[in-house]
Design a protein around this ligand. Structure first.
Ligand code: NAD
Length: 250
């Protein structure tokens, strides 16, 4: 698996957790990385660590669920390095509530940040990728994409991301643009650690592996989809979940 030195990658939600691990792994593989996050400070910290390790990266603060910010994130990459080759739609939030108590605000916030951001960021990257006949789009779904108690909003976005990504793959295979999805299981990140301790413990116990996944487990899968060699792998979604949902998967 390889990434040509200087491929330009944008990773959303890269200030911590999975996005941080993905940004660092892509930079280590030779990509020039835009670390995009709504939190400027954490994005800059990740950039400092990438640069200290010998990589190339810049931080761009913005809300990737807002069109003006999504456009600005992509334009910054184009202005700096001339194009965008790899887009990782990773930013996501959860606003959990049992369905009958879920507020309209909780619904709208999660749909906007998790799903609309994929539309906005992918569309902003479209022409640079289409013009050069090369693009790698990787979007973060979840094992919750089949439905999950307390997550009607979140699960809906994660299912929709698969349909969205498949459509991009089908429309753009002839243009050299691939589009794939990763469905992580329970991964040890600040998001996972935000659930009650007993829930986290029960997740661990219910895992066939007996452990949570790591950020590196996901970053390696992103690296494959982002690689030069993965040109015929498109329209796929892969479960990186330690067999957590095996038997339920369609
Ligand atoms: N951790 C898990 O167990 C798990 C499991 C399945 C899927 N996922 C998915 O993986 C992705 C990353 O999850 P994580 O656990 O690393 O989350 P996290 O909460 O630890 O990190 C998410 C990052 O996204 C940023 N962010 C939030 N809203 C944003 C916005 N509007 N624009 C730009 N950046 C924004 C946050 O500031 C944060 O740095 C998410 O899409 C999540 O749904 C996570």
């Amino acid at each position: 698996m390889s990434i040509k030195e200087g491929r330009v990658a944008i990773v959303t939600g890269a200030g911590q957790g999975i996005g941080e691990g993905v940004a660092k792994r892509l930079a280590q593989a030779g990509a020039y990385v835009v670390v995009a996050d709504i939190k400027e400070e954490t994005a800059q910290k990740v950039v400092d660590e990438i640069v200290a390790a010998g990589g190339v990266a810049i931080a761009v603060a913005g809300d990737c669920g807002m069109k003006a910010d999504a456009d600005r994130i992509v334009q910054t990459a184009v202005d700096k390095w001339g194009t965008v080759d790899i887009l990782v739609n990773n930013a996501g939030i959860n606003r959990d509530a049992i369905f009958y108590k879920m507020t309209e605000q909780q619904w709208d916030d999660v749909i906007r940040v998790n799903l609309k951001s994929c539309f906005l960021m992918t569309q902003a990257c479209y022409w640079p990728m289409r013009n050069q006949k090369y693009g790698r789009i990787i979007s973060m779904s979840s094992s919750a994409c089949r439905g999950n108690v307390g997550q009607a909003n979140y699960a809906s976005t994660k299912a929709a991301i698969i349909a969205f990504s498949n459509t991009i793959a089908m429309e753009n295979a002839k243009h050299g643009i691939t589009s794939n999805v990763i469905c992580p299981g329970a991964i040890d990140t600040p998001m996972a650690r935000s659930v009650p301790a007993e829930t986290l413990e029960s997740w661990k116990k219910s895992q066939p592996t007996g452990r949570l996944g790591t950020v590196d487990d996901i970053a390696e899968m992103v690296l494959y989809f982002a690689s030069e060699e993965a040109s015929y792998t498109t329209g796929q979604h892969i479960w990186v979940d330690g067999a957590m949902q095996t038997g339920l998967k369609g």
